[in-house]
Structure formats: structure tokens, C-alpha cells
Design a protein around this ligand. Structure first.
Ligand code: ADP
Ligand code: MG
Length: 232
């Protein structure tokens, strides 16, 4: 299988458009939610349609919120030194509960030296949360998810490797297209967001995948020297 670097141009225009639309949708959504609250206190509340409307509204809100992550401004001016290994540990701890429920194990890196990168911790966490979520969703009969970290003089390479369903050539090509999903309740936005954040941090993301065997996503991000003050 060949390693494939995922294009970034696909994202920027689509991302901007998506964010613009999300903003436009949010205003009427706020109004509808307000009136729904009023209805909640009336006797019509027991209508079965009411519950359908409410759950569909929740879904729209969820999608709009995911889209809005894309509209976040470039990260450069809010960037700080981030301790990569500690960030990965926090994310792993966060995801361990869900993983255990699916009989999955997240096996994190064991590196003794620290690695520093420059960026926004909240967004960088989102990158690994999204990758781990996808890894977990690709595995339905238990197994392991490995997080490896490699460094050279200039950059850190973090890979998230799963033993899940893998992706076909076609699926790999479609990655990064807005709303592309193979899941019943997916939004098809997580990877776009991941890619957007990685690029905003001067990094790149690549994928290797074999159907029925598993997938490895690798994030490459520039390293910095260890700062005096830690941000994470
Ligand atoms: P969603 O998770 O909502 O479907 P994403 O943008 O996160 O949206 O992912 C898009 C699609 O890419 C998924 O629906 C799935 O088909 C595929 N995909 C992403 N990560 C993996 C993975 N680790 N293993 C298999 N397929 C994946
Ligand atoms: Mg996802």
C-alpha cells in the first residue's frame, strides 16, 4: 500500500463555504429553538411530532457547530508552545472510557524525552480526538489502536493506527470532501476539520489503509525548542 498525502486545496474553499453557510443557518435556528421552548410549556408538548422536531433540531445544531469549527481564524496569533506528549496523554485519557465500552485499547507512546510544537492546544486536541473517534468507529470487534510518535530535527510525526475496516482507494480519494461519510449517523466533517487544523499549524496529514486490515493516519508537524514556560 502506498502512503498518500492528502490535498489541502480541496479544503480551504469548501471549508470557507461551509463556515459561511453555518453562520447563516445559526440565526434562524436560534429563533426556532426559542419558539420550541415556548411550545414546551403548552399542552401540545405530547405530540409525537414535537419530539421528532426537537431531535432533528439537535442534529442540525450538531452539524452547524462542527461546521463552525472550520471558521475559526488562523491560529498563529493565539499559538503557544505545546507539550505534545502531555497533550496526547490527555486525549488518550479522555477517549479511554469510550474505547473500553467497545472493548478497544488505546496504546499510547512511551517516549522519555519531551517534544514541543507551536499551536493552539484546544485545536490540536481536536485533531487527535477526531482521529481516535474515527479509529474507534472503524473497529467493531475489539482490538488495539496504537499511537506512535517519531521525531527528527525539524518535525514530529504522530500516527494513529487502527485495526479496523480500512478504506478502499475510492474512500481514500473522497476523504476531505465536505459531508463525505459512510456512517449512518456521521457528519462527514470531522476529517475536514482535522485537516484544516493541521494545515493551520504548518503540518501535513497522510493516510495508509488496507481494507479489512486497518488504517494509519500520520500527522507531521514542525517541532520547536523547549520553552521556558509550558503552556499545557
Ligand atoms: P464521519 O466520521 O462523520 O463519517 P469523517 O470526516 O470523520 O466523518 O470521516 C469521513 C469518512 O472517512 C468516514 O465516514 C469513513 O468512511 C472514513 N474514515 C475516516 N477514518 C477512518 C478510519 N480510521 N478507518 C476507516 N474509515 C475511516
Ligand atoms: Mg469522524
Amino acid at each position: 500500500e502506498e502512503e498518500r498525502l492528502i490535498q489541502s486545496e480541496k479544503l480551504s474553499t469548501a471549508g470557507q463555504l461551509a463556515a459561511g453557510i453555518a453562520h447563516e443557518i445559526r440565526n434562524p435556528l436560534t429563533a426556532i429553538n426559542g419558539f420550541m421552548k415556548l411550545l414546551r410549556s403548552s399542552e401540545r408538548m405530547n405530540d409525537k411530532y414535537y419530539f421528532i422536531i426537537e431531535s432533528e433540531l439537535k442534529r442540525i445544531e450538531f452539524i452547524v457547530n462542527e461546521l463552525l469549527v472550520l471558521s475559526k481564524p488562523q491560529t498563529t496569533h493565539i499559538s503557544k508552545p505545546v507539550d505534545l506528549l502531555s497533550l496526547l496523554e490527555q486525549v488518550t485519557t479522555l477517549m479511554n472510557g469510550q474505547a473500553a465500552l467497545k472493548n478497544l485499547q488505546i496504546l499510547p507512546v512511551c517516549t522519555d524525552h519531551s517534544i514541543w510544537i507551536h499551536g493552539e492546544a484546544y485545536q490540536l486536541k481536536q485533531v487527535f480526538i477526531n482521529l481516535l473517534k474515527n479509529a474507534m468507529e472503524a473497529m467493531n470487534s475489539g482490538g488495539n489502536i496504537y499511537i506512535h510518535v517519531l521525531t527528527n530535527e525539524s518535525e514530529a510525526r504522530i500516527s494513529v493506527q487502527d485495526e479496523g475496516c480500512g478504506m478502499t482507494e475510492e474512500q481514500i480519494k473522497a476523504l476531505g470532501k465536505p459531508f463525505y461519510t459512510t456512517k449512518e449517523t456521521g457528519t462527514g466533517l470531522g476529517f475536514m476539520i482535522t485537516q484544516n487544523i493541521v494545515h493551520n499549524h504548518g503540518g501535513a496529514i497522510s493516510v495508509e489503509s488496507v481494507p479489512e486490515q486497518g488504517t494509519t493516519f500520520t500527522v507531521t508537524i514542525p517541532k520547536i525548542l523547549e520553552p521556558e514556560e509550558a503552556a499545557v
